[in-house]
Ligand binder design. Structure first.
Ligand SMILES: [Fe+2]
Length: 222
């Protein structure tokens, strides 16, 4: 795989530290936190319906009595700079396929069902401590054959994150435990050592009992 200048040399992170006891330690994952979140393609399905509701609850559209189909989840995280400091007032813009793997987009050729009660798109801003959060459903995986490609896209949520003074990024969040990650051609474009930065850890929200996926995004200064 061709190395991108976005990714520092592995040697930087694999550097061994020798303690006073002579024990060699590898620098922890945290060292990678000095790197901006890897970018990913925007894909062809950025929402084309600007009039659509885009609040932080994607499972419910105002005026609808029914909720979106699928497994309700929470997606929460922080937007940080590459020193690990929170970025307040960053815009976090997400969009995703529905439970069936279909985007609510005029150009999506996937014949899987639409879900009239799924919002599919949400935009929010981070708070003082860089936190953001959405309630949504776990997106379905979708086959690439309708787009002329092989295989499947594993479950993912698209993200655009921006803030004045920082390089905006477009990326995708993946789900811990998704067996399709191994064959996904988009995450495969990110060097192996960095892929974990795009895979959200699953936890359980104590208050609601809902599955909670944690995804932090790191922006580099301009
Ligand atoms: Fe996608």
């Amino acid at each position: 795989m061709e190395k991108s200048p976005q990714y520092p040399s592995r040697r930087l992170f694999g550097k061994k530290l020798t303690t006073s006891l002579g024990v060699c330690l590898l620098l922890p994952k945290l060292a990678l936190a000095k790197t901006a979140t890897p970018t990913q393609t925007e894909g062809p399905f950025y929402p084309d319906t600007p009039e659509q509701e885009k609040d932080t609850d994607l499972t419910h559209i105002e005026g609808h009595t029914e909720l979106a189909e699928g497994e309700t989840i929470l997606v929460r995280g922080r937007v940080l700079n590459t020193d690990g400091k929170p970025i307040k007032n960053a815009e976090v813009d997400i969009w995703q396929a529905n439970h069936h793997g279909r985007y609510s987009h005029r150009e999506d050729p996937n014949p899987a069902p639409l879900d009239a009660h799924f919002q599919g798109w949400g935009i929010t801003k981070t708070d003082e401590l860089g936190h953001y959060g959405f309630k949504t459903i776990k997106p379905g995986a979708y086959p690439l054959k309708y787009l002329g490609g092989p295989g499947w896209r594993c479950r993912h949520i698209h993200f655009k994150v921006s803030c004045l003074g920082y390089k905006p990024i477009t990326t995708q969040m993946y789900f811990e435990g998704d067996t399709l990650i191994e064959q996904d051609l988009e995450i495969a474009k990110v060097p192996k050592d960095y892929q974990h930065l795009l895979i959200a850890d699953q936890q359980k929200d104590q208050l609601s009992g809902l599955p909670l996926f944690r995804f932090d995004v790191m922006l580099a200064k301009i």
